[in-house]
Design a protein around this ligand. Structure first.
Ligand SMILES: [Zn+2]
Length: 405
């Protein structure tokens, strides 16, 4: 074999080492570019809670007829899971069997998990995405609630972009219209071993304060935002449950935080945005409260007079007119509807933030954890690539030396 001149081989070695370094840098750069690209789509909504985003998600989700075991239901299920994935949440599609009038069908809760510093505790924010059989679009009941869960998931995972003090679960429940079977199934079969510190439920709102009551003959100035909480005085809805002292203490603390946000931080008028004991229970929050978990249900209400001094809701729910267009019409335009969405959105966002703060874990440990977790995935991939690069370089060097001697 012809021997290469000594000097040329040295150049070859240098070129190989440089090439390896370039490959390492190139793949790392490609990785970071890729993760940036997948995040662009949601940054249009800014860093604060965006009612515009909730509106857009309501528009997307309400295009599908989401009655159990229908093609539209599957579309919505896939869509919500893909959005949670885009936000970097750990997504679980929790399948179970639900009862429909004509028999048993497949149903699925979509759960987005965000790991907190204290993973033994979690805060859950949820709203159902299924519809009643006669609700062709289900925009008010409850694409708007599912859309708000998506917006809150964006805020806590993308915008805040740091590890929350406790874990969070963003839940799009299924078969709420079948008596809340989805959230009930979840509570009996939780995929993560963690204590639930509180639950925030979003189901049927936006037609609420500060949206003016446009209904003819109504003497009510605004539509109401009813904020139903785990009870502290009126236990009529939960009278078969014995809450112990510490549970009642948690309910009281939760109520104080919520009232403080609603009336001190945002100055909402108590008569149009009443925070009160849940005496209704007609949504997923009921199962959480029954288990002693502090909970809240945001429920807008548009009312018309039935008799003198008697108010009755003009119900969109469970009808084909439950569409985004009808909501806008009732609100008196898109801008008004956005203001109505804002009420539920900003209160629930502040509530979640303050619950996470009040369960803060000790400080020095957190700093280390935050640093290592922020370093996280990208850091690990970079280490793997650098290691592979170094090994490749060494192997090339050895190989060349073998040819030489
Ligand atoms: Zn509903």
């Amino acid at each position: 074999m012809k021997r290469w001149p000594r000097k040329l081989l040295r150049y070859n070695e240098i070129v190989l080492i440089l090439l390896s370094i370039l490959i390492v840098l190139g793949s790392f750069n490609f990785h970071s570019m890729k993760s940036q690209a997948s995040r662009i789509s949601t940054s249009d909504y800014g860093s604060a809670p965006s009612s515009e985003h909730v509106y857009d998600e309501t528009d997307v989700i309400s295009q599908w007829y989401r009655y159990l075991d229908t093609p539209g239901h599957s579309e919505a299920e896939r869509y919500i899971a893909s959005v949670f994935e885009e936000y970097g949440l750990n997504v679980t599609t929790q399948e179970y069997t639900a009862q429909r009038e004509d028999g048993e069908v497949r149903a699925a809760n979509i759960l987005g998990y965000l790991k907190g510093k204290d993973a033994d505790k979690c805060l859950i924010i949820g709203g159902h995405y299924d519809v009643h059989e006669y609700s062709t679009h289900g925009a008010y009941d409850n694409a708007v609630g599912a859309g708000t869960v998506i917006e809150l998931a964006r805020l806590f995972s993308e915008v805040e972009n740091h590890t929350p003090t406790t874990s969070m679960i963003f839940a799009a429940w299924d078969s709420e219209e079948g008596g809340g079977a989805g959230s009930k199934y979840f509570l009996d079969n939780m995929p993560w071993q963690t204590d639930i510190i509180a639950y925030i439920n979003l189901d049927m709102f936006s037609l609420n304060y500060p949206v003016k009551n446009n209904i003819p003959l109504s003497n009510e100035e605004y539509y109401k935002m009813n904020i139903y909480t785990s009870p502290i005085k009126d236990f009529s809805r939960y009278d078969d449950i014995e809450f112990n002292k510490s549970t009642l203490g948690n309910f009281t603390k939760f109520r104080e935080i919520l009232e403080n946000i609603t009336y001190e931080q945002y100055n909402y008028p108590p008569n149009w945005v009443p925070v009160m004991d849940d005496t209704v229970g007609a949504s997923d929050h009921r199962f959480f409260i029954e288990r002693g978990i502090p909970g809240v249900w945001f429920r807008g209400l548009n009312e018309k007079p039935r008799e003198e001094r008697d108010l009755n809701e003009i119900a969109l729910k469970h009808t084909p007119i439950d569409r985004l267009e009808t909501m806008e019409e009732y609100a008196g335009g898109k801008e008004e509807l956005l203001k109505g969405i804002d009420t539920g959105l900003v209160i629930s966002y502040s509530l979640a933030t303050q619950i996470l703060e009040s369960h803060n874990v000790s400080s020095s440990q957190n700093v280390d954890e935050t640093v290592s977790e922020n370093f996280g995935e990208a850091g690990q991939i970079a280490i793997i690539i650098v290691t592979v690069g170094i090994i490749a370089t060494v192997l090339c060097y050895v190989f060349i030396r073998r040819i030489r001697y």
